[in-house]
Design a protein around this ligand. Structure first.
Ligand SMILES: [Mg+2]
Length: 392
């Protein structure tokens, strides 16, 4: 074999980065103040290069914040080598320490980082899973994430998505824990559990990152007991996201595995939770936490602490595409999150994701993220869609 040519590593330069905020079809969050059609809480990001190659990513935050963050970051990324995602993303983190690290800047860097990995894959001809060290698997099970509702409606929802081929479900938010009615909470869980396919999995998400979450540790302990009686696979955000000590106590006594971490950003934020023993399952969000570079380090850190990693793929098809690549490149990933019925997941790609007969998603092994966006579809949700793809 001949040595690699220097041409293979010739830098390509970032010429501009654009964002396309998504509007109109944001799925409900179950939040106390519900997301409205005119709200932007997700944005697509395109990194353009002097080689004409475009990388795509997405950020889970208001598109106006992403646009402002791109302006702040611009002097740091213009002219940078688009083939060095970890170094360029770290440069952006390190040089914005005093500007609100962990917030909008980190969210925007997440989208940029995903797009840079996409570019590196497109230039080298490798999927991100291979670039991240190799593929442990070709398929992974998506769990369908649904908002909780009254028991009869909940049952119908599970049946509807079960018929689409999903085998694992997570239900959360909605009335759960919010009506001071533990019988209702149990009835919702029982209705969902009764509608599962044979061998199906059910997880429960209290959603304690909601505004003014009213419950504390004792509620979480009683509820964990109830969930264990219904064979629930994990209990997520059962206490407020910052209640580290409560997470530790709950994890020690709960028969159901304890999950959390979706609102934490930056790898450093996860250290006290992992060292303290807060989680059985950690759920960083690749579109908030700092992108694939950061998510990969958190997932490996969790692996070394004996904590399961499951990506919080809630945002867009690109967020899930990124989660799929990491699901390939880590040894113990068994699930990825997949929100049920989101246009931003199911209706922005030329070939939407599809479940196979086993209820699994294939993990692309084509260059970069291995998915193709459809400009016309995105234009339904973003007036800035054309900017993502425009040359020059
Ligand atoms: Mg959650």
């Amino acid at each position: 074999m001949s040595a690699p040519s220097s041409a293979a590593v010739t830098p390509i330069r970032i010429t501009r980065i654009v964002a396309a905020p998504l509007f109109g079809e944001s799925p409900k969050g179950g939040w106390s103040v519900e997301i409205k059609a005119e709200d932007s809480i997700h944005a697509l990001i395109a990194v353009h290069t002097d080689a004409g190659i475009i990388g795509f990513g997405s950020a889970f935050t208001d598109g106006r914040l992403v646009e402002a963050a791109l302006k702040v970051l611009e002097p740091l990324y213009i002219g940078e080598n688009a083939l060095e995602p970890e170094r360029v993303s770290e440069k952006l983190h390190q040089n914005t320490f005093w500007m609100g690290r962990g917030g909008s800047l980190t969210h925007a860097i997440s989208g940029i980082d995903i797009a840079l990995w996409d570019i590196l894959g497109k230039v080298t001809g490798l999927s991100i899973g291979r670039l991240a060290g190799g593929r442990y698997r070709d398929r992974v099970m998506p769990y369908c994430s649904l908002l909780m509702d009254e028991p009869a409606i909940m049952k119908d929802e599970i049946v509807r998505y079960r018929e689409q081929g999903f085998r694992a479900f997570k239900i959360g938010w909605g009335p759960f824990g919010r009506r001071d009615d533990e019988r209702l909470d149990e009835a919702i869980v029982a209705a969902a559990a009764g509608a599962l396919p044979p061998g199906g999995k059910l997880m429960v998400d209290a959603g304690a990152s909601d505004a003014y979450w009213p419950n504390g540790l004792k509620w979480a302990m009683r509820t964990a007991d109830m969930l264990a009686d219904h064979n629930v696979d994990w209990f997520e955000e059962a206490v407020k996201p910052d209640a580290l000590e409560d997470f530790v106590t709950l994890r020690k006594q709960s028969r159901v595995p304890i999950a959390g971490g979706e609102v934490l950003t930056r790898r450093q934020s996860f250290i006290p939770f992992l060292v303290g023993g807060a989680f059985d399952i950690v759920q960083p969000d690749v579109t908030k936490v700092g992108g694939l570079s950061e998510q990969r380090r958190i997932a490996w850190m969790a692996e070394d602490f004996g904590v399961r990693y499951v990506g919080h793929g809630w945002n867009t098809a690109l967020g899930i595409a990124a989660d799929l690549q990491l699901a390939a490149a880590l040894p113990n990933v068994t699930l990825v999150e997949y929100i049920g019925g989101s246009a931003y997941v199911d209706n922005i790609m030329t070939r939407p994701f599809g479940l196979d007969a086993d209820g699994l998603l294939a993990i692309p092994d084509t260059p970069g993220l291995g998915v193709a966006l459809d400009q016309d579809k995105i234009a339904r949700y973003s007036p800035a869609a054309a900017q993502l793809f425009a040359a020059g």
